[in-house]
Design a protein around this ligand. Structure first.
Ligand code: UD1
Ligand code: UDP
Length: 382
């Protein structure tokens, strides 16, 4: 009652600030839903969700876990969509929504083409942009592609930057951004684990992971599709054939190109299980039960260390150097032998395994969203 009265007062006095939280893919949703929850606890904000729909099933699955219903869904996804498709459609369609809503702030996340297009649309309309997970860099514009370009471009137009770590903040300072508007908060992806991890959770994949030591795999990056992915999957198959008491489980991304290569290499191997993308609760709890992770994902490089799971990153570069420095992630590259050797060492060397598993997680305490909401409240109160 008191809460409703306050909201009414804010509305009458026109001091309630309107924030559009904009995203479109699975990882953005996982990292933005905890922020929506934190912002909605503040009575001074009118928070709406706008999704591009760059992902369809994989986005819906996260929204369902967090009980979120978008206020707008631009519904842009096409099979085998190109970067032109995603950018054009999001830019055009968000214009209509932003003009109608005329928000005080548009919040975008990370480095997807959805986030780039939303931030560009807001900039064209003179709307302030806030960037969550700002400042990650590999300094190689081709890797990851096109994410390194996207995040650099968002940094050019964003006026409030929420950097997960000090080194991300340094990257923003290096490009001449004003220190007063950069806030180090930790990563909101860690917050999502507070909503999903349940030591009593059980399903058939957890059973599989508990039957034998299990390697959890994800692989989807655009620049890995083709020869790199063939190398990664060949290395995994060699491991599976050599170590019969090791299980491998891979929730295969919906991208048809990824699925084709995965099934070509990994079907019909007894100790390899290919499954559909898992919902966030299923996936986080599976990660919590596995022995270690092999991935080219960004977000998993942050989540797995929090759960004490070593990560082999099957990429040539990473924008998460803190995790490599801390010793919890290792860059294995995209060469079949180097990946095979690193996996084999994690299986056979207890000291190597324990060193990685016991390293400190550098991505925060799981309350980054609350920090961001507090900062925004202070900014708009003053
Ligand atoms: C996108 C992001 C990438 C992020 C990844 C997370 C860009 C350019 N890429 O890459 O940064 O790491 O999401 O997963 O922004 N598909 C479905 N259903 C879905 C999702 C995808 O069928 O729910 C299929 C469609 O055929 C789609 C294809 O996958 O065309 C590729 O999706 P897309 O978003 O273009 O690329 P991702 O590799 O998912
Ligand atoms: N994830 C999930 N189900 C899966 C695979 C991954 O929920 O089957 C989650 C994972 O925990 C992480 C996010 O999806 O939070 C990572 O997404 P992805 O690897 O697609 O994107 P990236 O982080 O590389 O941008």
């Amino acid at each position: 009652m008191c809460y409703l009265f306050l909201i009414l007062c804010y509305k009458i006095l026109n001091v309630m600030k309107k924030i559009l939280v904009c995203f479109g893919t699975r990882p953005e949703a996982i990292k933005m839903c905890p922020l929506v929850i934190a912002l909605r606890k503040k009575q001074c904000f009118d928070v709406k969700i706008v999704v591009s729909g760059q992902h369809k099933e994989m986005l819906q699955s996260v929204l369902k876990v967090f009980h979120m219903v978008p206020d707008y869904n631009l519904d842009i996804m096409k099979e085998n969509q190109t970067l032109f498709d995603i950018t054009n459609s999001t830019l055009e369609k968000s214009k209509v929504v932003f003009e109608k809503e005329n928000p005080d702030l548009v919040l975008v996340h990370g480095d997807t083409s959805t986030s780039f297009a939303f931030s560009l649309a807001a900039f064209y309309l003179g709307i302030k942009v806030g960037h969550v997970e700002a400042g990650l860099r590999t300094y190689d514009i081709h890797s990851p592609f096109p994410e390194e370009f996207n995040r650099c471009a968002i940094s050019v137009v964003s006026e409030l930057d929420f950097a997960p770590t000090d080194s991300a903040k340094c990257n923003l300072l290096r490009m001449g951004k004003n220190e007063n508007f950069i806030f180090v908060t930790g990563n909101t992806g860690i917050d999502s684990l507070r909503y999903t991890i349940d030591e009593n959770y059980f399903d058939e994949n957890i059973k599989f992971a508990k039957d034998n030591p299990t390697i959890l795999v994800t692989c989807h990056r655009r620049e890995n599709i083709g020869a790199n992915m063939e190398n990664i999957f060949s290395a995994l198959k060699r491991i599976a054939l050599e170590f019969k008491t090791i299980n491998i489980i891979y929730p295969v991304h919906k991208n048809p190109k990824v699925r084709e290569i995965a099934h070509k290499h990994l079907d019909n191997v007894k100790n390899i299980k290919l499954v559909e993308p898992l919902n966030t609760i299923e996936f986080h709890n599976l990660m919590n039960c596995c022995k270690f992770v092999v991935t080219d994902s960004g977000g998993i490089q942050e989540e797995a260390p929090f759960l004490g799971k070593p990560v082999l990153v099957v990429r040539d570069t990473t924008e998460r150097p803190e995790a490599v420095k801390a010793g919890t992630c290792k860059l294995s590259g995209v060469n079949e032998d180097s990946i095979y050797n690193d996996i084999k060492e994690l299986i056979t060397s207890n000291s190597f395994y324990n060193k990685m598993a016991n390293s400190i997680n550098p991505y925060g305490d799981g309350f980054a969203s609350e920090k961001i909401a507090d900062i925004l409240e202070q900014i708009y109160d003053s």
